[in-house]
Ligand binder design. Sequence first.
Ligand code: PGA
Length: 236
Amino acid sequence: MKKISVIANWKMNPPTKKEAENLFSEAKKAKNKNCELIICPPFPFLYLGKGLSLGAQDCAFQKSGSLTGEVSPHMLKQLSCNYVILGHSERRRTFGESFDMINKKAKAAISSGITPILCVSEETKDELIAIDEIREQIQAITKKISFSKIIIAYEPLFAIGTGNPCPTYLAAKRRVLIKSIISKINQRAKDTPVLYGGSVDEKNCKEYIEEANFQGLLVGSSSLDPKKFKKIVESI
Ligand code: PGA
């Protein structure tokens, strides 16, 4: 059986190294043999995560150069980082990342042996527009990328950081839609993991796996609460 991925997106948290050490040591206590745990801390705390599977929250698409503030996937790989979250809606909305840029970043990550976790969001409440939006987004960010080398995370905007999770029936519908879009692009995409993210907590986590059939979860705020996070990992 393929393992369920639980990805912790700490975002720009916690504020101190001491707290990061504590979160890492608590994460190590969360045990579930059916689950692959991936922790995505801010760049400066990656080195503290030895013994855990690690991911970054962004990367550049260039290998090196005069790019103030950027971090390349090649550098991340040397910190034992095997995953990178790309195209999160916070990066797109706050930092103006385009789909083309996300696609370039994903290609660069793959070339460095890092698996991109590509976020797909939905910004409208209009059903027909949402479907087109998801299709266009997937086509753009996965252009000329092998579906065997990526993970997709469905994260509806209204559910991110709001405490207002996506209803399971809608998330299930979107998972089917995403699977059908990617399978039409490439046959091999049938095995691409599709995860759910957006206000996941210890109470709703199971529904997304068991009822909506997602292959994992992208967890934001609940991953900063060791008790909640342990419950999520151990209950799925
Ligand atoms: P949330 O964040 O769990 O706090 O909603 C999820 C995410 O932004 O990846």
